[in-house]
Design a protein around this ligand. Structure first.
Ligand code: HEC
Length: 422
């Protein structure tokens, strides 16, 4: 669920009323009743009393209560690894998420947590409390909040940032160019579209332009360098930036039918293919058997690489290449693809002649640094054209291959503002 915090307040209230109108019957709230004693339930709107101080003694009390009433599901340290088998109301297995990573389905705001602990979460195993009202519920709120930091909780919130592409004499040619060191970074918040606790949390973006070209430097942490897609079980790391072609952007997930988006994507295995020691099938499959093809002029036995298998052939017999598919092109020079999308499932490459995005990615000490560069004026009608002095909506996506990310399984930002200095 992305954040819609950037919409005007009256639009957000409009959405609240619309969503409530979807309920089959009108929602009525019974008069507020505080549970009269332990073992009895309350009802109605929960009154949140003022928070008592979270003293060492309060913490001790909270830890005892937690061990007693919460740990069987939430785990002894709140990591969501309790022993109790849990199912939601439809009978599907479910688990509470890791409370130490600072991500809450509702808000991490103390009063909101208070209400959730007191009322439970209908439809899920999270029970309504029949005792933890008042001071004790507050101690539990404070205990749970003490397991994550403000900065963790802040990163979990999807926000719109302003990325300023400063104007320089000449844009850099490499991710390690000195110019990047003096370019101010902006840390964008990412969220995985398939939830998991181990996820890339931030993407750092720097942008420069020189009136002719724009360059973006994208930096993020990833513990593994997944740069091959040779085996069916391998998925590679990647990053992409999506541009809206109008100031009022379309649906942020791949655009919409009438309003397409232009996407520049960098893939780690395409980068590896371009390095001098390109990927060797024989290393992955030492006992590989290779057919010889009558149309091939190069002996694949000596050099069983993608280049050897295709370059010595007539493109007519290498059908993807022959059909103009940029993925099969053995002569490609860039590890990036220039793509276009008009909603889910419509992603496609722009014509080979219009592939104008240059890229270079480096992986070292657990960090990717990927630079994307293109002329401000885009070739062809579906390419974004960037004009100094204007603002363009941009979105970003990161794939972590070792976590099984591919296609729509990725971590994304919401729309951001890219401002090009005049
Ligand atoms: C029977 C299992 C169970 C018990 C007992 C339980 N919880 Fe939960 N709790 C869950 C589940 C499952 C969820 C996740 C519900 C969802 O969002 O799908 C959850 C969610 C929560 C959340 C909300 C997190 C968010 O994302 O906003 C908080 C806070 C919480 N529990 C605190 C507690 C506390 C404190 C106790 C003890 C007083 C407790 N829980 C007892 C199963 C349990």
């Amino acid at each position: 669920m992305p954040s819609w915090g950037h919409l005007p307040e009256d639009e957000r209230w409009g959405l609240v009323h619309y969503i409530k109108s979807l309920a089959a019957k009108p929602w009525t709230v019974p008069p507020a009743v505080v549970p009269p004693g332990e073992g009895q339930s309350g009802q109605g709107v929960i009154h949140v009393p003022p928070a008592p101080p979270f003293t060492a003694e309060a913490r001790k009390l909270a830890l005892e209560r937690y061990a007693d009433a919460c740990a069987s599901c939430h785990g002894p340290t709140g990591k969501g690894d309790g022993g109790e088998d849990q199912k939601d109301d439809s009978g599907y297995p479910t688990r509470p998420r890791d409370l130490t990573v600072g991500v809450f389905k509702g808000s991490p705001d103390p009063a909101h947590l208070y209400r959730r602990i007191v009322a439970g979460i209908p439809g899920t195993p999270m029970p309504m409390s029949d005792w933890a009202w008042g001071a004790e519920a507050w101690h539990l709120v404070n205990l749970i909040r003490s397991w994550s930091s403000d900065s963790q909780r802040e990163r979990a919130e999807m926000r719109e940032f302003r990325l300023v592409a400063r104007r320089v004499e000449r844009v850099p040619e490499h991710p390690d160019a000195g110019a990047w060191r003096v370019t101010p970074p902006v840390n964008l918040h990412l969220m995985p579209l398939w939830w998991r606790s181990d996820r890339p949390e931030e993407l750092t973006v720097r942008a420069l332009h020189d009136g002719r070209q724009i360059a973006l430097l994208l930096t993020w942490s990833d513990g593994t360098h997944d740069h091959t897609a040779m085996r069916p079980q391998d998925f590679r790391d990647a990053v992409a930036v999506q541009f809206a072609l109008t100031p009022d952007p379309p649906f942020f997930a791949m655009g919409s039918r009438a309003r397409h988006v232009n996407i520049w994507m960098w893939k780690s295995e395409r980068q590896a293919d371009l390095e001098p020691a390109f990927q060797d099938l024989e290393k992955v499959y030492p006992n590989l058997g290779i057919d010889s093809y009558p149309n091939s002029t190069v002996s694949a036995v000596e050099q069983p690489t993608r280049q050897a298998l295709t370059l010595g052939s007539d493109p007519v017999f290498v059908t993807g290449w022959g059909a103009g598919n940029i993925v099969s092109d053995p002569l490609r020079k860039s590890p990036t693809e220039d793509l276009v999308a008009q909603g889910f499932g419509t992603l496609r490459a722009r014509p080979r002649a219009d592939q104008a995005v240059d890229g270079r990615g480096v992986y070292a000490t657990g960090t990717y640094r990927v630079m994307l560069r293109r002329d401000l004026a885009g070739p062809g009608v579906q390419a974004v054209t960037l004009t100094p002095g204007t603002t363009v909506p941009v979105g970003f996506a990161v794939w972590n291959g070792s976590a099984g990310d591919r296609d729509g399984k990725k971590s994304v930002t919401i729309w951001q503002d890219l401002v090009l200095e005049p």
